[in-house]
Design a protein around this ligand. Sequence first.
Ligand code: NDP
Length: 369
Amino acid sequence: MDLNHLLNSLIPSWNSAGLLLVYFTYLRLAGSVLPGKLVPGVTLSDGSRLYYRCNGLASLVLLVALLGLGAWADFVSPAVIADRGLELLSTTFIFSVIVTSLLCAVGSKSSSQSSSLKPYVTRNKLNDWWLGIQLNPHFMGIDLKFFFVRAGMMGWLLINLSVLGKCFENSSLSQSMILYQLFCLLYILDYFIHEEYMTSTWDIIAERLGFMLVFGDLVWIPYTFSIQGWWLLYNKVELTTAAVIANCFVFLIGYMVFRGANKQKHVFKKNPKALIWGRPPKVIGGKLLVSGYWGIARHCNYLGDLLLALSFSLPCGISSPVPYFYPIYLLILLIWRERRDEARCAQKYKDVWAEYCNVVPWRILPYVY
Ligand code: NDP
């Protein structure tokens, strides 16, 4: 693709804006009518709690079924996103800028004193725009933070499926593409099966909704996590059987550690006496779990996520660094995030956290870091 063509493809369009509008409208409707568990969020500093309807899986399955029907009836082209990828990217970017600016304008006028809606305004307007003003802003009954992360994760799968559709159109489906698609599909389905775990993550409980999160959810997740798929659309890779098997192992181990660690913490928070790996849990200060993965490293879940990210890129071989964008980005992000979480926990748990660090000295990778 030459530079001129690339720049032209990046021009946002009303068609793309229309596609986005249809997508968000669908998510809004499906989110409010489809059945799903109502999950209480963590208790906020003012004692209040938000409730999240976790029906992301039902929304996703119905959407894919509807799109499948649409494609079968020749109503939508499966390659519609793949054909308009860059244009959709720039349109979503502009949408993120507009939404963040509106959030700032509305948020800074809020007179609410609740933890969710209280405005956090500093003298640095750019900083406020970037980090957000309110913790949990709502619009027409939608919890925007939860809504955007759902839109981003689903968007990632839709992009992948469209790239797959393009492969069929070009008759260029490869073993690498199948592996990449399969790993991502399992990861995204697993995410929605365990959507309720999201309600206690750092983004939901501690981060205000500013450009960093809006852009991260709507643009970064779907468009950069799918780079490997785009890359495989234009590049051929021959994998040996040994490479395929090794790749599957990296995925399975990553999944086991990622899901296992997150699940153990979630279960522990709900029932501090629940068995971990078949034994009563070891706990420090009555608050911090030291059993299972949480006794191996203080953020084993990050290690699992990094292995998974690597498994999404390995099908692309090692001829180019481009498909490794996601694992490299994630490594930097999670190292930074671990530092921020560490500082937060040290402040919250004080001596108990210091004791935990003594008992479990490793941050992410046992014996290394
Ligand atoms: P965690 O789920 O690791 O949550 C950290 C919090 O857990 C701490 O602030 C503390 O909160 C609690 N905690 C820490 N140690 C213990 C312990 N030993 N026992 C009990 N509670 C403990 O963090 P994240 O929200 O950052 O990550 C969640 C998942 O999302 C991870 O798997 C991560 O890899 C993934 N992720 C993926 C990203 C991506 O781009 N793919 C980006 C970011 C995250 P409390 O105050 O409640 O005790």
